[in-house]
Design a protein around this ligand. Structure first.
Ligand SMILES: Nc1ncnc2c1ncn2[C@@H]1O[C@H](COP(=O)(O)OP(=O)(O)O)[C@@H](O)[C@H]1O
Ligand SMILES: [Mg+2]
Length: 257
């Protein structure tokens, strides 16, 4: 994913905001992401509703605008948000939760307001990543008053947000989310640990530049690898090592006399 802090024209328009946000040019497509048929149907519907915004609005309906992605780490939440942005031909506005959650009393709500003010100026897929940091339960006795204020501000600001953007909030800890936050989302997409079939599909996709014959020869190993990886929640991060191996072997082949 290409990433740039808001630069040039955008940074001049938004003094103070760039450190809270990253504007990413999405490069991943939906077909690059391995999904269950149910996830794919949901995501396709979200994209369709967004494309047909005017038609829905003309008939008194509002398209899905706020989606919650839940599930363990490394199962494709960020990857899917990026792919949705690609399919919608929109930039991805990535909200850095660690920058928004300020240790200075009162500043977090102000930061959230800055984020939404900036988002109002354009059309984006806005990803609030690690969202549980913002939406931690208001009933949790371990949280001090500041978090309660942050949650109330977030809900209020999101309710008043009239920008033509798709808001996606992603969390690894759905059980820690405030019940009031759940109600504010139009749809929830769940990401689970990959099934063996999904893993096999994923590994094949990653190996797609290898000659078909070699893939056939290795198909037993792919199944075995997939069954071993099933035990690890970060299994799909395997992509990184496979990609790195592909780059290495390609460069080695090119270097051969
Ligand atoms: N379902 C998936 N399909 C394709 N690649 C995936 C999938 N899940 C994870 N990956 C790979 O693993 C990496 C980490 O996944 P990510 O989307 O950041 O997980 P999450 O946001 O759920 O923690 C991605 O960059 C991608 O390369
Ligand atoms: Mg993520």
């Amino acid at each position: 994913m290409q990433c740039c802090a808001a630069t040039g024209r955008q940074s001049r328009r938004s003094a103070g905001v760039p450190s809270l946000l990253a504007i990413k040019k999405p490069l991943r497509f939906l077909d690059d992401v391995v999904m269950t048929p149910r996830q794919r149907r949901l995501v396709d519907r979200i994209i369709l509703e967004f494309r047909e915004w005017e038609v829905l609005e003309a008939n008194g309906l509002t398209p899905v605008r706020r989606i919650l992605f839940c599930g363990p780490s490394g199962c494709g939440k960020s990857a899917t948000a990026e792919a949705i942005a690609t399919e919608m031909s929109l930039p991805l506005l990535y909200v850095r939760f660690d920058a928004v959650i300020s240790s200075l009393l009162g500043e977090t709500a102000a930061n959230l307001r800055k984020v939404f003010d900036y988002a109002r100026r354009g059309q984006w897929v806005i990803l609030f990543d690690e969202f549980d940091a913002i939406g931690r339960s208001r009933d949790d006795p371990t949280e001090h008053g500041e978090i309660k204020r942050v949650v109330s501000s977030f809900l209020q600001i999101m309710d008043n947000f009239d920008g033509r953007s798709l808001i996606i909030a992603a969390t690894n800890f759905e059980q820690s989310l405030d019940p009031a936050i759940w109600r504010r989302f139009d749809d929830v997409v769940r990401f689970d640990l990959p099934t063996p079939v999904q893993l096999r599909t994923f590994i094949r996709k990653q190996l797609n530049t290898v000659a078909v014959q070699s893939v056939r020869r290795f198909s037993t190993s792919i199944s075995l690898l997939a069954s071993i990886l099933r035990r690890f929640s970060q299994a799909l991060s395997l992509a990184l090592s496979i990609r790195s191996a592909r780059r290495k072997s390609l460069l080695q082949m090119n270097a051969r006399p």
